[in-house]
Write a protein that binds this ligand. Structure first.
Ligand SMILES: C[S@@+](CC[C@H](N)C(=O)[O-])C[C@H]1O[C@@H](n2cnc3c(N)ncnc32)[C@H](O)[C@@H]1O
Length: 207
């Protein structure tokens, strides 16, 4: 199921031209190997949110080869940093190469390993970006919550999961996403919105 009407998506993409050659290379690379990057429209949303929030510390849970992190890095100001984490060493090496080409290496810290374990090493996370295994969203959030800053922003990708959240019989990934989403909407410590852009982007702010 398309979340956004394909014609609307085309229109939004036509408005969203990018001059940065590294960003374009990353997209070409991601598409060529069918890697599930957040893609251009959600990337621009991350950029806007980062400019508004002006975080000192962004932590990603699941960075792949660094496409989403690159958007954060481009929007970070002063000494702001994004922690780029993936299980796979080869993904992190690729991310380093792209960040170097794009001149934003100084905006990032690169880590290989389980993203939840890595995130727990950091304090005062201003933006937590979640794009790890879908069945683990809620557990991961609860584990990292003590490490969030007092007015943290949480951004979680794929929270509409191609519309599968509407089905009756849910697989473990869809169930995980739905449990996390409902938990966030009901949680009085956060104010939560879900933007139906691309595959659904949940955005929550700690109150
Ligand atoms: C959807 S992709 C990330 C895409 C990336 N956020 C982007 O938009 O450019 C998910 C990535 O997270 C990694 N991953 C999933 N669960 C993880 C975990 N618990 N710890 C570390 N990496 C994880 C996978 O290896 C994969 O590269």
């Amino acid at each position: 199921m398309f979340i956004t009407h394909p014609d609307i998506e085309k229109y939004l993409l036509s408005l969203s031209k990018e001059e940065d050659p590294v960003l374009n290379q990353m997209e070409e690379y991601g598409h060529s190997i069918n890697f599930p990057i957040i893609d251009r429209l959600v990337g621009r949303l991350l950029f806007v949110l980062t400019k508004i929030k002006k975080p000192k510390l962004v932590v990603e849970l699941g960075s792949g080869f660094g496409y989403s992190a690159y958007w954060f890095a481009k929007a970070l100001e002063n000494d702001g940093k994004v922690v780029v984490v993936d299980y796979k060493e080869e993904n992190i090496q690729k991310a380093k190469d792209f960040f170097e080409k794009g001149g934003v290496l100084n905006k990032a810290v690169f880590e290989v390993g389980d993203a939840v374990k890595v995130a727990k090493k950091y304090q005062d996370i201003d933006i937590l970006f979640m794009d790890l295994e879908k069945s683990r969203y809620l557990e991961a959030f609860k584990e990292v919550e003590p490490n969030l800053s007092k007015d943290a922003v949480i951004i979680a990708d794929n929270t509409l999961w191609s519309g599968k959240v509407l089905q009756e019989n849910l697989d473990s990934q869809t169930r995980g996403l739905k449990e996390f989403t409902e938990y966030m909407f009901k949680n009085p410590d956060y104010y939560t919105s879900l933007v139906p852009l691309r595959d659904g982007v949940l955005i929550a702010v700690r109150l």
